[in-house]
Design a protein around this ligand. Structure first.
Ligand SMILES: Cc1cc2nc3c(=O)[nH]c(=O)nc-3n(C[C@H](O)[C@H](O)[C@H](O)COP(=O)(O)OP(=O)(O)OC[C@H]3O[C@@H](n4cnc5c(N)ncnc54)[C@H](O)[C@@H]3O)c2cc1C
Length: 453
């Protein structure tokens, strides 16, 4: 009997090459969806979760309030409700994002419970997207809006702790702290919120700071400080204003038993928190230096003090991660994605890294400004073969040096870029003529050999 080899069954890819895919329907993904919709650019949108809203639906603790004000955090073209406070809660943020999706009729393009497991470039400058259930689709391009507050970064410790140790991402409700001796590690916004909550409901709250941080008050003279900083102020003046506000509100670090920070305000993502200085002065939060080692329920600090804890919360940040991309498209160095113009690669067209930066302001006003510019770039990308990132590079743009930014500087840059878009367009066509044979380099699947063409 003759054996006939059956052809291997390769999953049929669904052709969506007339459109882009927006990966993620959190704050950024929703904002970008609306920008594409307004520009008449076709797209699909997916999210792994069962509801839209990202972090504000499933990622933050129940008691979280934004630290940037309502004014800078809302989408400029969709203000938050009048009756919202200056610093809305997580639930209000979630409701606001849902209202945004309804107002702009974004839901019909969103598929929920759709986890993307792989995105890879294939021939003809197309992108193959594979979902967790095995479905495959081919897109013109993919906007990566998967957020950067989910891939937990844990510190390394000597010794073992026999109590409970969690990441700030796993902290959801004050009951997790109630009656416990809590040690919070970190000096960022989540660390401060959790240490303050532990001061209210825990048996003890200790905040371990590897290095001293600048605490900025959330408000000054009745106004959110993010609203006091004006667009015309150069960063040096913003810094001067911030130093003045800190000094007038809190005084000196030594008044709290803290060392003077060794960096200048804004050289790190700012910690906006009134409660930690307040609770330190009430003896409800005890600041401590870095941890030397763990042993049983004991934690030894580098100042040789030693204390017992039930719970350690590591509020030690996150990695910026794109687990669904092949190694060649892993462009993150530290917290910085090596791309031009905030999103664009110089060697691949059709893949866009969006929302990975840490601007000092709120996310909504930034996306409101960036979305329309990005949409113009997408339209321009359709006119040329080379990646927009290559055009920006050839125009002399440098790769980013930091993930931190002054939102007002971004607003100014975007204004200039929009104003000079005609020039960018001419330059893009010039660069395009220099590289008539540009093609994305197809990459093999890193997950499943059956997916390889
Ligand atoms: C405690 C805390 C306080 C904050 N306070 C502020 C503040 O005051 N002001 C401010 O502007 N920002 C604040 N942020 C930052 C916050 O992350 C942003 O406001 C905003 O949520 C970022 O939106 P995003 O869409 O980039 O990410 P996310 O909100 O994380 O949304 C990303 C979405 O992508 C989806 N996704 C991820 N991977 C996949 C996949 N493989 N397949 C399909 N879907 C996927 C996720 O399900 C998620 O819905 C805070 C963050 C935290 C944690």
């Amino acid at each position: 009997m003759v054996q006939i080899d059956r052809p291997r069954v390769v999953p049929q890819s669904i052709d969506r090459t007339d459109r882009h895919l927006i990966l993620g329907a959190g704050f950024v993904g929703l904002g970008m969806a609306q920008a594409l919709q307004a520009a008449g650019i076709a797209y699909d949108q997916v999210d792994a979760s069962d509801q839209i809203g990202g972090n504000w639906y499933h990622g933050v603790y129940q008691t979280a309030h934004i630290i940037s004000s309502k004014k800078v955090t809302q989408f400029t073209h969709f203000p938050m409700p009048e009756d919202y406070p200056d610093f809305p809660s997580a639930a209000q943020m979630r409701d606001y994002l849902n209202a945004f999706a309804d107002r702009f009729d974004l839901r019909s393009a969103i598929e929920l419970n759709r986890t993307v497991s792989e995105v890879r470039p294939i021939e003809n400058n197309h992108w193959q997207v594979t979902f967790a259930d095995g479905e495959q689709r081919i897109y013109k391009g993919v906007l990566l809006c998967n957020g950067h507050h989910w891939d937990k970064r844990f510190p390394q410790f000597q010794g073992e702790f026999k109590g409970e140790m969690i990441h700030s991402k796993d902290y959801k409700h004050p009951d997790q702290l109630r009656g416990k001796r809590v040690l919070v590690i970190g000096g960022g916004n989540s660390a401060c919120d959790i240490a303050a909550e532990a001061a209210r409901v825990g048996a003890k709250s200790v905040l371990s700071l590897r290095e001293s941080v600048w605490f900025l008050p959330k408000t000054f003279a009745g106004s959110p400080i993010t609203d006091l900083i004006q667009g015309w102020m150069p960063e040096s003046l913003q810094r001067l204003l911030a130093y003045g506000i800190v000094r007038l509100t809190f005084g000196r670090h030594e008044d709290y038993g803290l060392a003077q920070p060794t960096y200048r305000i804004f050289e790190k993502h700012p910690t906006l928190n009134n409660e930690v200085p307040y609770y330190i002065q009430h003896g409800r939060i005890q600041p401590k230096p870095a941890i030397r080692q763990l042993s049983g329920d004991q934690v030894e600090f580098v100042d040789e003090s030693c204390e017992a804890f039930d719970l350690i919360v590591c509020a030690t940040g996150f990695y910026v991660s794109y687990p669904f991309l092949p190694p060649a498209l892993q462009r993150t160095e530290g917290a910085i994605v090596q791309c031009y113009g905030g999103s664009f690669l110089d060697d691949y067209r059709g893949i866009y890294y969006i929302g990975w930066g840490q601007a000092r302001g709120g996310v909504g006003s930034l996306i409101s400004a960036y979305g329309p510019f990005f949409a113009r770039c997408l339209k321009l990308q359709d006119e040329i073969n080379v990646p927009i990132g290559l055009v920006l590079k050839e125009m002399g743009q440098a790769l980013p040096q930091t993930h931190l930014s002054d939102p007002h500087a971004i607003f100014r840059q975007l204004k200039v870029s929009n104003w000079g878009f005609g020039w960018l367009k001419r330059k893009a066509h010039q660069v395009d003529r220099h590289y008539p044979n540009f093609q994305n380099l197809p990459l093999l699947s890193t997950h499943d050999p059956h997916l390889v063409h």
